[in-house]
Each structure stands twice: as structure tokens, then as C-alpha cells.
Design a binder for this molecule. Structure first.
Ligand code: G3P
Ligand code: CA
Length: 277
């Protein structure tokens, strides 16, 4: 039936708050996750990096310099790689003031001295304030820089009792990282991310057939998405979650094409378009 109608596996389009509601608060902080929950995201996205002492933290970049005051606090520690700092050192950083400086129109006093949260903290926060409605969508970022990252993620999810939650996805650009995750947790829902160029010269149907061995969906950059890609994904029972979609015009165009969810910095724009209750 699915194959005949090319319908997605879910009928409800998912609003995925990219790094939290990161248009309205500093990305990958509890403040951005709070905004995402308030704005009715279905999922919050968390990028992962690992500290020198092996702790998983929510951060997009491999270095601390763009989103924290690491340069001022530790002037002699260039190039400020996450993996060269302990969690105790990272916990002293201000991860919010950069946002107030960069986006003055969205600045809030409460963003000053937002800290870099651990994965455990984000999970606890979402469990506490998400009323069981908000899911986790977690990316193993730069997994080759952090051996053992996948085992730690699964351990943390298991300990927090969310490993078998319906609303949990793990995502990566790295097929190897996804396959490692699957070895540790065979039933976990995995999303293969694609950036520009990753599908170049490939037969997309064959590629999606191959990845459907381990993944339940794809996360392509929005520029890759067209009828052919969506058809090939749905024929292989794969969900399609493009990133990062911020304008309502792009959101509407992707909805018309039949995507199953969208990563957005502007949670409210997609929630409004979908008329979510
Ligand atoms: O995870 C989907 C999308 O977030 C990938 O890009 O660089 O924002 O992590 P990036
Ligand atoms: Ca991401």
C-alpha cells in the first residue's frame, strides 16, 4: 500500500527544532531548548561533541570559539578544541552572550552566562518540561574525532530510560557512526544525513535501498530535495527530513513535495504553517 501511494511512514509532519529554537536563543543551550518547547516543537535537535574527560556535551562546532567566551577565559589554549578541555573547564564558559551580540533584536538578559549543557542535562530538561510530547533528535557530530562516542550516547540514553522512546532519532553524516549505533541498539531509529555532493553520481534509488538496511530516514540539505529524491526515499520506506528550512516559503514548497519533517531554526514558522494545535 505504501509503495503504491508513496505515502510517508508517518502522516504527521515533524517540526524539528534545529539546535533548539536557535533563531530565538543561543543554539544548543537549555535556553534554546526552552524556546523550542514553548513554541511547540515535536523534536529538539542536539549536536554532540566530547570533552577531554569523555563527557558528551551539546555543541555544534569542534571548537569552543564561535559560541562561547573560551578565547577570553583561556587565551593560551588556541585553537580551543572541545576535546582539549575538561567538562569542568567547559562548564565555566558563557554560551549565550555571543547570541545577544550577534542577534541584538532577539537578545535576552537570561541568555548571558547560559552554560554549555551536557547531553544528560538536555535529556533531563526535555523530559521535565516537554510533558512527554517533545522528542530527542541527536547528532553524532565529528564521530571520527571522538572514538567511543556512540557507545557513550547509547549508555546515556539507556540510563535516562529514553532508549526505547517512540520519539527518539539519532542522526549522522557518518554511515560508520550510524552502523556502530545500530550495533549497540538494534532498534534505534537512525537518520542518514546528506550534504551537497554526497549523492553526486549515485543512483538515489539504489543508494536509499542500501541505507534502508540500517536507517529509517534521510536528512538531506534542502537543496537536494526534489520529486525524484522523495519518491526514491518513500519507495524504500525512508522518512525525509530536510535541513535547515527557515522561511515559510521554503517550508511550504517542501511540504507540497511531501517531506515528513523539517529541521528549522524558526520553530514557530513551521508550527503555524502546519496549524499544529
Ligand atoms: O542535523 C541536520 C543538520 O543540523 C546538519 O547540519 O551543520 O546544522 O549540524 P548542521
Ligand atoms: Ca545538526
Amino acid at each position: 500500500y505504501r509503495q503504491m501511494t508513496l505515502r510517508p511512514i508517518t502522516t504527521d509532519v515533524m517540526v524539528i527544532a534545529h539546535r533548539g529554537a536557535s533563531a530565538y536563543g543561543p543554539e544548543n543551550t537549555l535556553a534554546a531548548y526552552k524556546q523550542a518547547i514553548m513554541l511547540k516543537a515535536d523534536y529538539v535537535e542536539i549536536d554532540l561533541q566530547m570533552s577531554k574527560d569523555g563527557q558528551l556535551i551539546a555543541m555544534h562546532d569542534e571548537t569552543l570559539s564561535r559560541t562561547t567566551n573560551a578565547k577570553e577565559l583561556f587565551p593560551n589554549r588556541a585553537p580551543w578544541r572541545v576535546k582539549d578541555f575538561t567538562l569542568e573547564e567547559i562548564s565555566r564558559l558563557d554560551a549565550g552572550s555571543w547570541f545577544n551580540r550577534t542577534y541584538p533584536e532577539q537578545a535576552k538578559t537570561e541568555y548571558i552566562r547560559q552554560h554549555v549543557p551536557t547531553l544528560v542535562e538536555v535529556i533531563d530538561y526535555v523530559k521535565k518540561y516537554g510533558n512527554g510530547k517533545v522528542g530527542l533528535y541527536i547528532e553524532t557530530k565529528a564521530p571520527s574525532a571522538y572514538p567511543g562516542m556512540e557507545e557513550k550516547v547509547i549508555e546515556i540514553l539507556n540510563k535516562a530510560n529514553v532508549l526505547n522512546d517512540r520519539k527518539l532519532f539519532l542522526e549522522s553524516f557518518s554511515e560508520q557512526s550510524l552502523r556502530t549505533l545500530k550495533n549497540f541498539a538494534p532498534h534505534i531509529k537512525l537518520i542518514q544525513l546528506y550534504k551537497r555532493g554526497m549523492l553526486a553520481g549515485k543512483n538515489v534509488y539504489q543508494e536509499f535501498k542500501r541505507i534502508s538496511e540500517y536507517a529509517v530516514g534521510i536528512g538531506p540539505t534542502k537543496e537536494l530535495v526534489g520529486r525524484r529524491l522523495i519518491k526514491a526515499a518513500h519507495q524504500n520506506y525512508l522518512l525525509v527530513h530536510p535541513w535547515t528550512v527557515n522561511s515559510q516559503r521554503d517550508m511550504a514548497a517542501l511540504l507540497a513535495l511531501g517531506v515528513d519533517g523539517q529541521f528549522t531554526n524558526n520553530t514557530d514558522h513551521l508550527v503555524d504553517l502546519l496549524e499544529k494545535p
